[in-house]
Design a protein around this ligand. Structure first.
Ligand code: NAD
Ligand code: TYD
Length: 351
């Protein structure tokens, strides 16, 4: 059946994989990608699919309510998959307001526009909000985040995502808006902006620069291959139950230092350098303020109810990721020229 789906943040890391998956798998759907093209948005991520007859791109800001209302007045959407966000914890520590604007106000603008457009007949409609496991706070050595775990956001980024999640659920309960929310663990893979740990380290290894490890390096994250996240999103979009929440994770916990060791060894191998070359670049630096100790998802619900499981091992995914960054040198060079250098100098100057 034909559907028109608005995907916000489709030029970003995860969004571009979601757009590609939907375009290729559902040629009968019309996919509209709305993105402001901030520093993290890059239409190069979609070069291979931008000419698809069922694809269109709209440049715009979700914080601009009149623009959003006009877009919804012009186009009638059956579904919204909302990924647009400010997404980097370190930037949220420097500039929290930008996170409130995009992640909270931007989400509210979309909720209001969907409520207005679908009033009177919400059959077959869906507002799907993409969120993060970071809203649940920080774990000790034991335990996992469940869908029922109480929210305990501890960074400005996670506080803004938690707020937007609450608004999405409030619109479901108050106005009957058909919504679904998923909370995913850390993603990795091609097209991730090199401010995040894995692409930042690959970029620095390539250039023989220090690999900055915050604190003691024993902070733990649960890593999921980005294409598996996109597959889970596609599954939830079609099979998820209205009003529900699904946690998505990789059952793949790594302490940062162990992950960076693996990354160094795999990259040395890919570059034909002697083992140990890149490990020598590891530099322990000043910790991130309020650094969450451990994230880990219990993904039982999505496995049992929707049959989702990650498709590849971390070693495979990491090796594909390294190869992608080593081959796509233009992508990386374009992104790391200009504003990135300023960001990097500022972010790591006192560390
Ligand atoms: P990203 O930073 O790579 O991409 C975000 C995209 O949103 C960019 O294309 C940017 O241009 C766009 N955008 C930002 N502000 C906008 C605005 N005001 N109006 C319109 N577009 C705007 O982020 P990502 O890593 O792809 O994350 C996508 C979503 O998934 C986010 O909601 C994030 O919270 C969530 N998430 C990310 C991860 C992860 O590990 N990266 C894990 C779980 C959940
Ligand atoms: P990041 O990729 O920023 O994701 P998040 O903070 O959303 O989990 O960071 C992943 C982990 O790596 C986190 O514990 C912080 C740490 N980290 C470093 O040690 N050094 C760095 O330069 C960066 C960017 C992150």
């Amino acid at each position: 059946m034909s559907k028109k789906i608005l995907i916000t943040g489709g030029a970003g890391f995860i969004g571009s994989h979601v757009v590609r998956l939907f375009l290729n798998k559902y040629p009968e759907y019309q996919i509209v990608n709305l993105d402001k093209l901030t520093y993290a948005g890059n239409l190069e991520n979609l070069k291979d699919v931008e000419k698809s007859p069922n694809y269109s791109f709209v440049k715009g800001d979700i914080v601009d309510a009149s623009f959003i209302n006009k877009l919804f007045a012009e186009q009638r959407f059956d579904g919204i998959i909302h990924l647009a966000a400010e997404s980097h914890v370190d930037r949220s520590i420097t500039n929290p307001l930008a996170f409130v604007e995009t992640n909270v106000i931007g989400t509210l603008n979309l909720l209001n526009a969907a409520k207005e457009q679908w009033k009177g007949n919400m059959d077959g409609k869906l507002f799907y909000h993409i969120s993060t496991d970071e809203v649940y706070g920080s774990l000790g050595e034991e335990g996992f985040f469940l869908e029922t775990t109480a929210y305990d956001p501890r960074s400005p980024y996670s506080a803004s995502k938690a707020s937007s999640d609450h608004f999405v659920r409030a619109y479901h309960h108050t106005y009957g808006l058909p919504t679904v929310v998923s909370n995913c663990s850390n993603n990795y893979g091609p097209n991730q902006f090199p401010e995040k740990l894995i692409p930042l380290c690959i970029h620095n290894i390539k250039n023989g620069k220090p690999l900055p490890i915050y604190g003691d390096g024993k902070y733990t994250r649960d890593w999921l291959w980005v294409k598996d996240h996109a597959a889970a999103i596609e599954l939830i979009y079609h099979k998820g139950l209205i009003g529900e929440t699904y946690n998505i994770g990789g059952h793949n916990e790594w302490k940062n230092i162990d992950l960076v060791h693996l990354l160094c060894d795999q990259t040395d191998k890919a570059l034909g350098r002697p083992q140990g070359t890149s490990r020598a670049l590891i530099t322990f630096v000043k910790d991130r303020p309020g650094h969450d100790k451990r994230y880990a998802i219990d993904a039982t619900k999505i496995k049992k109810e929707l049959g989702f499981e990650p498709s590849i091992t971390f070693e495979q995914g990491l090796s594909e990721t390294i190869d992608w960054y080593l081959i796509n040198t233009d992508w990386l060079d374009n992104i790391t020229s200009g504003a990135y250098a300023e960001y990097y100098a500022q972010q790591y100057k006192n560390r």
